[in-house]
Design a protein around this ligand. Structure first.
Ligand code: C5P
Length: 229
């Protein structure tokens, strides 16, 4: 398991302060599009200069025509980030073309697909995709696997089933983790680290339980310990 900390604080200054506090840990950092739009490539470079071993997940959720997605993916690869994501609903052609273009990079970033946004309830989802969330999310995962993606963004509650339908090595990145049962905030179904381990989650994504803690470094230490137990 690789801990991925969501840098969701409101300003670059606060996010960089958090990164500095966590600089002794070889962890993943999630950079979302609000931060990226505002702070750009310079911010990514600053994170790498704090700790060159930090791994960066650029959470931009690309969704466009295949040609545009491919060009954007190549720019992301040139940024030197370690992982990014696209929407599975962009389709198989987009997936294949993205993976094909990235294959020329020796150290290409990992590419994950977003299956279903968790902000949808089933009826809102069905209105757009014509199917229940569970069914479609599983199909999206299989489609992503067979078109060469590295994994999916999903709920910890789906991780095991997705691996059973695809492969154990097919990565699952899962938000809504409350390591020790902390306040769920706006998350509906939350999983503990214990549960995530059991569900074979590769990347638990954790934001608030870390950055809202009075001692984020200690919290990360405790989470890493629990992950290794
Ligand atoms: O603070 P918290 O631990 O809930 O943060 C989870 C992170 O994962 C946030 O950056 C949130 O935007 C993101 N996320 C999520 N649910 C999804 C996809 C991403 O919570 N389905």
């Amino acid at each position: 398991m690789n801990l991925c900390v969501a840098l969701d604080l409101p300003t670059a200054k606060e996010n960089l302060k958090l990164a500095r506090e966590l600089k002794e840990y070889n962890i993943w950092l999630k950079v979302g599009f609000r931060t990226y739009i505002r702070d750009g490539r310079e911010f990514i470079n600053e994170l790498k200069s704090i700790n060159p071993n930090f791994k960066i997940f650029l959470d931009l959720k690309l969704y466009d025509i295949p040609n545009t997605m491919v060009d954007a993916s190549e720019e992301i690869a040139k940024l030197g980030v370690d992982m990014f994501n696209i929407h599975a609903s962009a389709g198989e052609e987009a997936m294949r073309m993205v993976m094909n273009r990235l294959s020329k990079y020796k150290n290409r970033p990992l590419v994950l697909a977003v299956t279903a946004l968790t902000s949808f309830n089933n009826s809102a989802f069905k209105k757009i995709y014509g199917e229940d969330i569970d069914t479609r999310a599983k199909e999206f995962a299989k489609m992503s696997y067979s078109n060469g993606l590295d994994g999916v963004v999903c709920s910890a509650f789906e991780s095991k089933a997705i691996k059973e339908e695809t492969d154990n090595s097919f990565l699952t990145l899962c938000p809504a983790i409350r390591p020790f049962g902390e306040d769920a905030g706006d998350q509906k179904r939350v999983a503990t680290i214990e549960f995530a381990k059991e569900a074979k989650v590769d990347f638990p994504v954790i934001g608030r339980p870390i950055y809202k803690d009075s001692n984020p470094a200690k919290k990360v230490e405790e989470i890493l310990e629990r992950m290794e137990k």
